[in-house]
Design a protein around this ligand. Structure first.
Ligand SMILES: Cc1ncc(COP(=O)(O)O)c(C=O)c1O
Length: 397
């Protein structure tokens, strides 16, 4: 899409606006696949962005689903059940029983606690089916099971008629740029799998590992991704574990396909500082690692004025959203030339978490329209602008 087409689209759709690019998404997945060993499968963590799921259907091997809502979205989009990883720290027991009794084929369930283990085990026994499960190994927080619990499960149920314990799931955090840390984690998981074999004769068939690959969000913080992925691939190749490896990824897959557009609607100068108020805000733009808007994300200025009208010079601007909180600052002191009311700011790398993680209901502001640029360049509306006041209105019977 060239600049003229983009301007026309922005005029037609208004702001704030999320724009996702199907072509970029496909290329991104290709890049990751090419950089990683061929035995590695990719699992998309649905929480990162539910609006690109349909495009993702043919691109990835699995979908990690963490809530009934995410499951419903995946089902409505008719994503194949066999690609589902039913995950999440809280699995509603009634939903689990229903899913298992309905006997949807394929898919795998993660086990995050002994409670979840019992629910899944009992439901599988009742349905007389062998349920594929992954035991989530904790990284030392509220998620997953600890090593002793996993050993206990394998000792007591390793040969269960109702559970096919396929292996281990591990995820310790996002935006991890330290290859040393990943090396430590992979080595620990590898060793743990080895001890399970030595102690229980248990041979895991697969490892589902969330590496939390980072995305470069801020100017001045470049990230040498190619060499990082090469080093990570070497770590995988060096593992003793020889079963299937699936990488669970959200941010690294989805971020680059998204842009967020917000318009300058007011300007002022308070106590010698320039402020530009935009029609979006922090409820719609989430950059991991951003602290008090101190860092400068990649922003492109799309002027609404012609060169003749433009004022000269570059000034520093504080870009603030339209929420009633002093925290609603998108960028502090960003140098911009001739910023005027009506201009649009394009924020890059907003395909992951911005649309799903923001505090969307604050101030009952509308949720932005969502548009997808398809592979043939068409602009397809994925969601109209949504009024949220209905969600913040009490209902009296
Ligand atoms: C279990 C699990 N896997 C994968 C992910 C995706 O992480 P990322 O977006 O860093 O790739 C998350 C994110 O919270 C997660 O909780």
């Amino acid at each position: 899409m060239n600049d003229r087409q983009l301007k026309e689209l922005l005029e037609k759709k208004g702001t704030p606006l999320y724009l996702f690019d199907a072509g970029q998404l496909r290329r991104r997945v290709q890049t990751l696949r090419q950089a990683l060993p061929s035995r590695v499968r990719l699992c998309y963590a649905v929480k990162a962005n539910t609006f690109i799921l349909k495009e993702m259907g043919g691109l990835v091997d699995r979908f990690e689903i963490c809530s009934p809502g995410e499951l419903e979205i995946c089902r409505k989009l008719r994503l194949p059940w066999e690609k589902f990883v039913i995950s999440g720290v809280y699995k509603e027991p009634s939903l689990m029983r229903r899913l298992i009794s309905q006997g949807e084929d394929g898919g795998v369930y993660t086990v995050e606690s002994m409670t979840q283990f019992s629910i899944l085990h009992e439901a599988a026994a009742k349905a007389k089916k062998k349920l594929p499960v992954l035991l989530r190994l904790t990284s030392g927080n509220q998620f997953g099971l600890d090593e002793a619990e996993i050993r206990g499960i394998l000792a007591a149920h390793g040969d269960s008629a109702y559970l096919d314990i396929r292996g281990i799931q591990y995820f310790s955090g996002t935006q991890k740029s330290s290859i040393k840390r990943l090396k430590r984690e992979l080595a620990a998981v590898d060793l743990f799998l080895e001890t399970l074999y030595d102690q229980y004769g248990y041979q895991a068939k697969e490892l589902e590992f969330g590496p939390g690959f980072p995305v470069s969000y801020f100017q001045g913080e470049p990230f040498a991704e190619a060499s990082f992925l090469e080093q990570f691939s070497q770590l995988l190749e060096g593992m003793k574990f020889s079963g299937a490896i699936t990488l669970e990824l959200g941010r690294s897959i989805a971020a680059s396909c998204g842009k967020y557009f917000t318009k300058v609607v007011d300007q002022k100068r308070n106590h010698s500082e320039n402020y530009a108020i935009v029609d979006g805000g922090m409820h719609q733009l989430v950059y991991f690692g951003q602290f008090m808007a101190m860092k400068h994300p990649y922003v492109r200025h799309i002027p609404s004025h012609t060169a003749a009208e433009a004022r000269e010079g570059e000034e520093e601007w504080n870009i603030c959203g339209s929420l009633c909180t002093v925290n609603d600052i998108l960028v502090k002191k960003i140098p911009l030339k001739n910023l005027q009311i009506g201009d649009i700011l394009q924020f890059e790398n907003t395909g992951a978490y911005c649309i799903t993680e923001g505090i969307s209901l604050f101030l009952s502001r509308d949720l932005p329209e969502v548009v997808l640029i398809t592979e043939d360049g068409a602009a397809l509306t994925l969601r109209e602008r949504v009024q949220t006041e209905v969600l913040n209105t009490p209902s009296y019977e």
